[in-house]
Ligand binder design. Structure first.
Ligand SMILES: Nc1nc2c(ncn2[C@@H]2O[C@H](COP(=O)(O)OP(=O)(O)OP(=O)(O)O)[C@@H](O)[C@H]2O)c(=O)[nH]1
Length: 358
């Protein structure tokens, strides 16, 4: 839906039958999966979008103005998608809104609940939203961010989580939906939890996730990696990892290491008029660091958007860098084949042949 029709068009085109939108169509060049950020005012939607996708320092979100119209953000990365940030006060189920335009090509609906505030109203609105969405678009993933948990004690956090899950599950089962695709996350912009949650949300939109995980598992097992993440460099959400359990400290270390490498690359990668190339340069950044406890972090850029970061606890790893690099390069070839974005090549070729035919 265009912003114009959101504001004033009274034409209603409510869908009349259930549609499945669980697997977004990411194959065509025009169809981008959409993430909707919804929730009450001041729950933290714009802050989440700004911190995750625009690298805004969390403290600066204090100065964000309230959103008054739908903010549409196009993210161009390994996979193109859109993030729509909804104003908290918007009643999108009013007849003025075209549900098909909002939920039609949806990847996921992220509902943000302010856990530091009275959340009953938000939960009630979320329940209404889920029931409507389930009726018309039963395949949509509903991702509930129980947000701003940084200010809460561990005990209160757990109680709040359980209470919210219970209230939503009760309402859904009363309405006859036993297995609705609703997932819950405890999040805060002041730590890595919001990146972790967004990683999980995005992963569900990747059509080749299981292939990627298999490839990463094979690599990690062959090289003795403790944990490996495939990161989107821009947002620092990870789009896949090996299937060992995620360790937050490990994730933080890898994520911080990307920042270090990006900063250093920015310092040294620009063309200096006096600097001479010593020889052929490899295209992608490669780096490793050995920490005080002999843990090695190994980073290798895979393409313009993605980089592979691994944690290796084996002290002998630093003597086997060549082998590790070679295995990572083999993984890179396989990865780029999976993400060849063949539709882009196809459409470029079509444009080329159309131009040639003129
Ligand atoms: N403590 C804490 N505060 C947060 C967090 N996330 C956002 N905030 C604060 O919450 C306030 C509201 O955040 P916004 O992002 O503007 O909220 P919004 O949901 O976009 O609000 P509307 O645009 O009015 O719908 C800001 O002062 C943020 O700094 C968090 O994780 N923890």
């Amino acid at each position: 839906m265009s912003a114009r029709s959101m504001e004033g068009n009274n034409q209603v085109a409510a869908p009349t039958q259930a549609r499945s939108a669980s697997v977004p169509n990411t194959k065509g060049p025009d169809v981008k999966p959409r993430l909707l950020l919804m929730g009450l005012r001041r729950s933290g939607k714009s802050s989440i979008a700004s911190v995750v996708f625009h690298k805004m320092p969390p403290n600066e979100t204090l100065f964000l103005e309230s959103t008054t119209r739908i903010q549409k953000d196009s993210i161009h990365s390994f996979m193109d998608f859109q993030v729509w940030d909804f104003p908290g006060q918007l009643e999108y189920f009013e007849s003025a809104f075209d549900l098909e335009d909002i939920f039609g090509s949806l990847g996921a609906l992220v509902w943000v609940i302010d856990a530091q505030d009275d959340y009953l109203d938000s939960v009630a609105r979320l329940n209404r939203t889920i029931l409507t969405v389930q009726q018309f678009y039963p395949g949509i993933n509903i991702e509930v961010f129980i947000h701003k948990v940084d200010g809460l004690s561990d005990e209160y956090r757990t109680d709040t989580f359980q209470d919210i899950v219970q209230r939503i599950s009760d309402e859904l089962s009363d309405a006859g939906y036993e297995n609705a695709p609703v997932h819950y996350y405890l999040t805060s912009i002041y730590d890595y939890s919001v990146f972790e949650a967004f990683s999980k949300v995005i992963q569900k939109l990747i059509p080749n996730l299981s292939t990627l995980e298999n490839l990463i598992n094979t690599l990690a097992n062959n090289c003795g990696f403790e944990k490996t993440y495939l990161f989107d460099v821009l947002s620092k959400i990870y789009i896949a990892s090996d299937t060992r359990p995620v360790d937050m400290a490990c994730y933080e270390m890898c994520s911080d290491y990307i920042d270090v490498i990006v900063d250093i690359s920015e310092l040294y990668s620009w063309d200096h008029p006096v600097r001479k190339r010593l020889g052929d340069q490899i295209q992608e950044a490669e780096s490793h660091v050995v920490l005080h406890d002999q843990t090695m972090i190994h980073l290798m850029e895979m393409n313009k958007y993605l980089c592979l970061v691994s944690v290796i606890r084996n002290p002998e790893a630093k003597d086997k860098r060549g082998l590790i690099d070679m295995n990572c390069r083999t993984f890179q070839d396989a990865l780029n084949e999976v993400f060849s974005r063949s539709w882009e090549e196809r459409s470029t070729a079509q444009v080329g042949s159309a131009t040639a035919n003129k």
